[in-house]
Design a protein around this ligand. Sequence first.
Ligand code: PHE
Length: 338
Amino acid sequence: MKEKIEQIKTQLLNISISNNEQLEQFRIEYLGKKGVIAELFNDFKQLPPDQKKATGQLVNALKNSAQELYQQSKEQLETDKADKVADDIDYTRPASLTSPGARHPLAITMEEIVSIFRQLGYTLSEGPEIEDDWHIFSALNFPPEHPAREMQDTFFIEKKPDIALRTHTSSVQVRVMENEKPPIRTVSPGRVFRNEAISARAHCIFHQVEGLYISENVSFAHLKHDLYFFARQMFGEKTRIRLRPSYFPFTEPSAEMDVSCNICGGTGCNICKYTGWLEIMGCGMVDPNVLKNCDINPEIYSGFAFGMGVERIAMLKYQIKDIRLFFENDIRFLNQFV
Ligand code: PHE
Protein backbone atom coordinates (compact mmCIF):
# COMPACT_ATOMS: atom_id res chain seq x y z
CA MET A 1 0.00 0.00 0.00
CA LYS A 2 2.91 2.31 0.77
CA GLU A 3 4.18 1.99 -2.81
CA LYS A 4 0.74 2.84 -4.12
CA ILE A 5 0.71 6.01 -2.00
CA GLU A 6 4.20 7.02 -3.22
CA GLN A 7 3.13 6.40 -6.79
CA ILE A 8 0.10 8.68 -6.50
CA LYS A 9 2.24 11.31 -4.78
CA THR A 10 4.59 11.47 -7.79
CA GLN A 11 1.61 11.56 -10.12
CA LEU A 12 0.29 14.63 -8.28
CA LEU A 13 3.63 16.38 -8.72
CA ASN A 14 3.52 15.94 -12.47
CA ILE A 15 -0.08 16.82 -13.13
CA SER A 16 -0.75 20.05 -14.96
CA ILE A 17 -4.28 21.46 -15.19
CA SER A 18 -4.82 24.09 -17.85
CA ASN A 19 -8.55 24.20 -18.41
CA ASN A 20 -11.89 23.50 -16.73
CA GLU A 21 -12.34 20.08 -18.34
CA GLN A 22 -8.97 18.93 -16.98
CA LEU A 23 -9.90 20.29 -13.59
CA GLU A 24 -13.15 18.32 -13.54
CA GLN A 25 -11.36 15.24 -14.84
CA PHE A 26 -8.85 15.53 -11.99
CA ARG A 27 -11.60 15.93 -9.41
CA ILE A 28 -13.39 12.77 -10.54
CA GLU A 29 -10.21 10.70 -10.88
CA TYR A 30 -8.62 11.64 -7.55
CA LEU A 31 -11.22 13.16 -5.23
CA GLY A 32 -14.43 11.54 -6.46
CA LYS A 33 -16.38 8.85 -4.59
CA LYS A 34 -14.82 6.19 -6.78
CA GLY A 35 -11.50 8.00 -7.19
CA VAL A 36 -8.03 6.73 -6.31
CA ILE A 37 -8.00 8.31 -2.87
CA ALA A 38 -11.39 6.86 -1.93
CA GLU A 39 -9.94 3.51 -3.06
CA LEU A 40 -6.95 3.98 -0.71
CA PHE A 41 -9.33 4.56 2.20
CA ASN A 42 -11.05 1.26 1.36
CA ASP A 43 -7.70 -0.54 1.32
CA PHE A 44 -6.87 1.14 4.62
CA LYS A 45 -9.85 -0.51 6.31
CA GLN A 46 -8.37 -4.00 5.55
CA LEU A 47 -4.99 -3.22 7.21
CA PRO A 48 -3.94 -4.94 10.45
CA PRO A 49 -4.45 -2.58 13.44
CA ASP A 50 -0.71 -2.04 14.12
CA GLN A 51 -0.15 -0.54 10.64
CA LYS A 52 -3.23 1.69 10.67
CA LYS A 53 -1.76 4.70 12.43
CA ALA A 54 1.27 5.32 10.21
CA THR A 55 -0.51 4.52 6.92
CA GLY A 56 -3.57 6.58 7.94
CA GLN A 57 -1.38 9.65 8.32
CA LEU A 58 0.10 9.12 4.86
CA VAL A 59 -3.31 8.70 3.22
CA ASN A 60 -4.68 11.82 4.94
CA ALA A 61 -1.64 13.88 3.87
CA LEU A 62 -2.12 12.66 0.30
CA LYS A 63 -5.78 13.58 0.35
CA ASN A 64 -4.93 17.07 1.62
CA SER A 65 -2.37 17.73 -1.07
CA ALA A 66 -4.77 16.52 -3.78
CA GLN A 67 -7.45 18.88 -2.45
CA GLU A 68 -4.94 21.69 -2.30
CA LEU A 69 -3.89 21.10 -5.88
CA TYR A 70 -7.54 21.14 -6.92
CA GLN A 71 -8.24 24.40 -5.11
CA GLN A 72 -5.12 26.16 -6.40
CA SER A 73 -5.78 25.11 -9.97
CA LYS A 74 -9.37 26.30 -9.73
CA GLU A 75 -8.31 29.74 -8.48
CA GLN A 76 -5.61 30.00 -11.11
CA LEU A 77 -8.10 29.28 -13.87
CA GLU A 78 -10.41 32.00 -12.55
CA THR A 79 -7.70 34.69 -12.47
CA ASP A 80 -6.57 33.65 -15.96
CA LYS A 81 -10.11 34.20 -17.16
CA ALA A 82 -10.38 37.67 -15.57
CA ASP A 83 -7.00 38.64 -17.09
CA LYS A 84 -8.24 37.55 -20.45
CA VAL A 85 -11.37 39.74 -20.19
CA ALA A 86 -9.17 42.68 -19.16
CA ASP A 87 -6.99 42.04 -22.21
CA ASP A 88 -10.05 42.36 -24.43
CA ILE A 89 -10.80 45.94 -23.24
CA ASP A 90 -9.83 48.57 -25.80
CA TYR A 91 -8.42 51.41 -23.71
CA THR A 92 -8.15 53.70 -26.72
CA ARG A 93 -11.89 53.63 -27.42
CA PRO A 94 -13.55 57.03 -26.69
CA ALA A 95 -15.67 57.05 -23.53
CA SER A 96 -19.44 57.37 -23.87
CA LEU A 97 -20.38 60.93 -23.01
CA THR A 98 -22.40 61.81 -19.93
CA SER A 99 -24.47 64.93 -20.46
CA PRO A 100 -24.35 67.58 -17.72
CA GLY A 101 -27.67 68.82 -16.29
CA ALA A 102 -29.24 72.04 -17.49
CA ARG A 103 -31.46 74.67 -15.92
CA HIS A 104 -35.17 74.25 -16.52
CA PRO A 105 -36.66 76.95 -18.79
CA LEU A 106 -39.11 77.91 -16.03
CA ALA A 107 -36.27 78.37 -13.56
CA ILE A 108 -34.36 80.48 -16.10
CA THR A 109 -37.42 82.65 -16.76
CA MET A 110 -38.34 83.02 -13.09
CA GLU A 111 -34.79 84.05 -12.23
CA GLU A 112 -34.74 86.59 -15.04
CA ILE A 113 -38.03 88.16 -13.89
CA VAL A 114 -36.81 88.35 -10.29
CA SER A 115 -33.45 89.84 -11.27
CA ILE A 116 -35.16 92.64 -13.26
CA PHE A 117 -37.19 93.64 -10.19
CA ARG A 118 -34.07 93.35 -8.04
CA GLN A 119 -32.60 96.19 -10.09
CA LEU A 120 -35.53 98.31 -8.90
CA GLY A 121 -34.85 97.46 -5.26
CA TYR A 122 -37.38 94.66 -4.74
CA THR A 123 -36.52 92.00 -2.17
CA LEU A 124 -37.44 88.33 -2.49
CA SER A 125 -40.03 86.63 -0.28
CA GLU A 126 -41.33 83.10 -0.18
CA GLY A 127 -44.13 81.33 1.66
CA PRO A 128 -45.91 77.99 2.05
CA GLU A 129 -47.68 76.22 -0.83
CA ILE A 130 -50.30 74.83 1.56
CA GLU A 131 -52.10 77.84 2.99
CA ASP A 132 -55.10 78.80 5.06
CA ASP A 133 -58.20 80.58 3.81
CA TRP A 134 -57.13 83.84 5.45
CA HIS A 135 -53.89 84.25 3.48
CA ILE A 136 -55.29 83.04 0.12
CA PHE A 137 -58.72 84.68 0.20
CA SER A 138 -60.10 86.47 3.27
CA ALA A 139 -57.28 88.92 3.93
CA LEU A 140 -57.28 89.70 0.20
CA ASN A 141 -60.88 90.91 0.32
CA PHE A 142 -62.45 87.94 -1.50
CA PRO A 143 -66.21 88.01 -0.80
CA PRO A 144 -67.53 84.79 0.84
CA GLU A 145 -69.38 83.72 -2.31
CA HIS A 146 -66.42 84.29 -4.69
CA PRO A 147 -66.09 81.38 -7.20
CA ALA A 148 -62.38 80.86 -6.34
CA ARG A 149 -63.56 79.58 -2.97
CA GLU A 150 -65.37 76.70 -4.72
CA MET A 151 -63.96 73.20 -5.04
CA GLN A 152 -64.09 73.41 -8.84
CA ASP A 153 -61.50 76.18 -8.78
CA THR A 154 -59.35 75.46 -5.77
CA PHE A 155 -57.77 72.31 -4.34
CA PHE A 156 -58.87 72.07 -0.73
CA ILE A 157 -57.18 69.71 1.71
CA GLU A 158 -59.53 66.82 2.45
CA LYS A 159 -61.63 67.28 5.61
CA LYS A 160 -60.02 70.70 6.22
CA PRO A 161 -62.27 73.31 4.58
CA ASP A 162 -59.98 76.06 5.82
CA ILE A 163 -56.78 74.77 4.20
CA ALA A 164 -55.99 74.72 0.48
CA LEU A 165 -53.16 74.72 -2.06
CA ARG A 166 -52.47 78.39 -2.76
CA THR A 167 -54.05 79.62 -5.99
CA HIS A 168 -51.68 82.59 -6.23
CA THR A 169 -48.58 83.87 -4.43
CA SER A 170 -50.52 86.93 -3.21
CA SER A 171 -50.74 84.84 -0.03
CA VAL A 172 -47.02 85.47 0.49
CA GLN A 173 -47.59 89.22 0.21
CA VAL A 174 -50.21 89.05 2.97
CA ARG A 175 -47.62 87.34 5.17
CA VAL A 176 -45.04 90.04 4.38
CA MET A 177 -47.53 92.84 5.16
CA GLU A 178 -48.44 91.16 8.46
CA ASN A 179 -44.82 90.84 9.50
CA GLU A 180 -43.07 93.92 8.15
CA LYS A 181 -43.56 97.67 8.39
CA PRO A 182 -43.76 99.82 5.22
CA PRO A 183 -41.96 100.71 3.08
CA ILE A 184 -42.32 97.23 1.60
CA ARG A 185 -40.99 96.39 -1.84
CA THR A 186 -40.92 92.68 -2.59
CA VAL A 187 -41.48 90.01 -5.24
CA SER A 188 -42.73 86.51 -4.44
CA PRO A 189 -42.00 83.78 -6.98
CA GLY A 190 -43.48 80.32 -6.50
CA ARG A 191 -45.64 77.41 -7.49
CA VAL A 192 -49.42 77.75 -7.46
CA PHE A 193 -52.33 75.36 -7.98
CA ARG A 194 -55.74 75.65 -9.62
CA ASN A 195 -58.32 72.99 -10.29
CA GLU A 196 -58.23 73.36 -14.08
CA ALA A 197 -58.43 70.86 -16.93
CA ILE A 198 -54.96 70.31 -18.40
CA SER A 199 -54.62 71.51 -22.01
CA ALA A 200 -52.00 73.10 -24.27
CA ARG A 201 -52.74 76.48 -22.66
CA ALA A 202 -53.58 75.63 -19.03
CA HIS A 203 -52.21 73.42 -16.29
CA CYS A 204 -53.38 72.73 -12.75
CA ILE A 205 -49.85 73.52 -11.50
CA PHE A 206 -48.02 76.61 -12.67
CA HIS A 207 -45.70 79.36 -11.43
CA GLN A 208 -46.14 83.01 -10.64
CA VAL A 209 -44.08 86.02 -9.74
CA GLU A 210 -46.12 88.58 -7.86
CA GLY A 211 -44.91 91.98 -6.68
CA LEU A 212 -45.92 94.43 -3.98
CA TYR A 213 -44.88 97.99 -3.18
CA ILE A 214 -46.25 99.82 -0.17
CA SER A 215 -45.13 103.22 1.03
CA GLU A 216 -46.42 106.77 1.46
CA ASN A 217 -47.86 108.52 -1.61
CA VAL A 218 -47.58 105.54 -3.96
CA SER A 219 -49.59 106.19 -7.11
CA PHE A 220 -50.63 104.38 -10.27
CA ALA A 221 -47.81 106.23 -12.08
CA HIS A 222 -45.25 104.36 -9.93
CA LEU A 223 -46.89 101.08 -10.88
CA LYS A 224 -46.76 101.99 -14.55
CA HIS A 225 -43.10 102.97 -14.30
CA ASP A 226 -41.96 99.70 -12.76
CA LEU A 227 -43.98 97.55 -15.15
CA TYR A 228 -42.79 99.47 -18.20
CA PHE A 229 -39.19 99.04 -17.02
CA PHE A 230 -39.82 95.31 -16.57
CA ALA A 231 -41.43 94.90 -20.03
CA ARG A 232 -38.52 96.54 -21.82
CA GLN A 233 -35.91 94.53 -19.91
CA MET A 234 -37.74 91.27 -20.51
CA PHE A 235 -38.92 91.65 -24.12
CA GLY A 236 -36.63 94.33 -25.58
CA GLU A 237 -36.15 98.12 -25.61
CA LYS A 238 -38.81 98.68 -28.30
CA THR A 239 -41.58 97.03 -26.24
CA ARG A 240 -44.66 99.14 -25.53
CA ILE A 241 -47.21 98.46 -22.79
CA ARG A 242 -50.95 98.95 -22.49
CA LEU A 243 -53.07 98.92 -19.32
CA ARG A 244 -56.71 97.89 -19.63
CA PRO A 245 -59.25 98.23 -16.78
CA SER A 246 -59.95 94.94 -15.01
CA TYR A 247 -61.16 93.58 -11.69
CA PHE A 248 -59.49 91.81 -8.73
CA PRO A 249 -60.97 91.73 -5.21
CA PHE A 250 -57.68 92.94 -3.71
CA THR A 251 -56.90 95.90 -5.99
CA GLU A 252 -58.82 99.08 -6.81
CA PRO A 253 -58.46 100.26 -9.50
CA SER A 254 -57.29 97.07 -11.23
CA ALA A 255 -55.74 96.59 -14.65
CA GLU A 256 -54.56 93.97 -17.07
CA MET A 257 -51.20 94.69 -18.72
CA ASP A 258 -50.45 93.87 -22.36
CA VAL A 259 -47.07 94.15 -24.10
CA SER A 260 -46.64 94.78 -27.79
CA CYS A 261 -46.15 91.45 -29.58
CA ASN A 262 -42.40 90.84 -29.78
CA ILE A 263 -42.88 88.26 -32.53
CA CYS A 264 -44.57 90.39 -35.20
CA GLY A 265 -43.59 93.75 -33.71
CA GLY A 266 -47.25 94.75 -33.40
CA THR A 267 -48.35 94.15 -36.99
CA GLY A 268 -50.34 91.01 -36.12
CA CYS A 269 -49.53 87.27 -36.11
CA ASN A 270 -51.06 84.03 -34.87
CA ILE A 271 -49.29 84.31 -31.48
CA CYS A 272 -50.98 87.65 -30.66
CA LYS A 273 -54.12 86.52 -32.50
CA TYR A 274 -53.64 89.40 -34.96
CA THR A 275 -54.14 92.06 -32.26
CA GLY A 276 -50.50 93.12 -31.93
CA TRP A 277 -50.76 92.77 -28.10
CA LEU A 278 -50.02 90.00 -25.60
CA GLU A 279 -51.67 89.92 -22.17
CA ILE A 280 -49.03 89.14 -19.52
CA MET A 281 -50.19 90.21 -16.06
CA GLY A 282 -52.77 91.57 -13.67
CA CYS A 283 -52.09 94.59 -11.46
CA GLY A 284 -53.64 97.45 -9.52
CA MET A 285 -53.58 99.66 -6.44
CA VAL A 286 -53.85 97.63 -3.23
CA ASP A 287 -57.41 97.88 -1.88
CA PRO A 288 -57.51 99.79 1.46
CA ASN A 289 -59.42 96.82 2.97
CA VAL A 290 -56.40 94.61 2.34
CA LEU A 291 -54.07 97.05 4.08
CA LYS A 292 -56.45 97.22 7.07
CA ASN A 293 -56.60 93.40 7.24
CA CYS A 294 -52.81 93.40 7.57
CA ASP A 295 -52.70 96.18 10.18
CA ILE A 296 -51.36 98.82 7.81
CA ASN A 297 -53.05 102.22 8.05
CA PRO A 298 -54.57 103.08 4.63
CA GLU A 299 -54.79 106.75 5.67
CA ILE A 300 -51.00 106.89 5.67
CA TYR A 301 -49.94 104.21 3.24
CA SER A 302 -50.86 103.18 -0.26
CA GLY A 303 -49.39 100.64 -2.61
CA PHE A 304 -49.60 98.66 -5.80
CA ALA A 305 -49.43 94.98 -6.62
CA PHE A 306 -48.96 92.92 -9.76
CA GLY A 307 -48.81 89.25 -10.65
CA MET A 308 -47.77 87.26 -13.70
CA GLY A 309 -47.65 83.62 -14.82
CA VAL A 310 -44.10 82.39 -15.43
CA GLU A 311 -45.22 79.73 -17.95
CA ARG A 312 -47.00 82.33 -20.04
CA ILE A 313 -43.91 84.57 -20.12
CA ALA A 314 -41.63 81.64 -20.96
CA MET A 315 -44.01 80.50 -23.73
CA LEU A 316 -43.93 83.96 -25.27
CA LYS A 317 -40.19 84.37 -24.87
CA TYR A 318 -39.22 80.96 -26.27
CA GLN A 319 -42.28 80.54 -28.52
CA ILE A 320 -43.41 77.33 -26.85
CA LYS A 321 -46.86 76.28 -28.01
CA ASP A 322 -47.81 73.73 -25.34
CA ILE A 323 -47.59 74.36 -21.57
CA ARG A 324 -47.44 70.61 -20.86
CA LEU A 325 -43.88 70.49 -22.25
CA PHE A 326 -42.66 72.24 -19.09
CA PHE A 327 -43.79 69.36 -16.91
CA GLU A 328 -42.94 66.32 -19.03
CA ASN A 329 -39.17 66.69 -18.56
CA ASP A 330 -38.39 65.32 -21.99
CA ILE A 331 -34.60 65.61 -22.32
CA ARG A 332 -34.91 66.64 -26.00
CA PHE A 333 -37.00 69.64 -24.93
CA LEU A 334 -34.85 70.59 -21.93
CA ASN A 335 -31.54 70.33 -23.85
CA GLN A 336 -32.59 73.25 -26.02
CA PHE A 337 -32.13 75.59 -23.05
CA VAL A 338 -28.54 74.59 -22.19
N1 PHE B 1 -53.19 87.31 -7.84
C1 PHE B 1 -53.62 87.55 -9.20
C2 PHE B 1 -53.76 86.21 -9.90
O1 PHE B 1 -53.31 85.23 -9.40
C3 PHE B 1 -52.68 88.42 -9.95
C4 PHE B 1 -52.63 89.81 -9.41
C5 PHE B 1 -51.70 90.14 -8.45
C6 PHE B 1 -53.50 90.79 -9.85
C7 PHE B 1 -51.67 91.41 -7.93
C8 PHE B 1 -53.45 92.05 -9.36
C9 PHE B 1 -52.54 92.36 -8.40
O2 PHE B 1 -54.32 86.13 -10.98
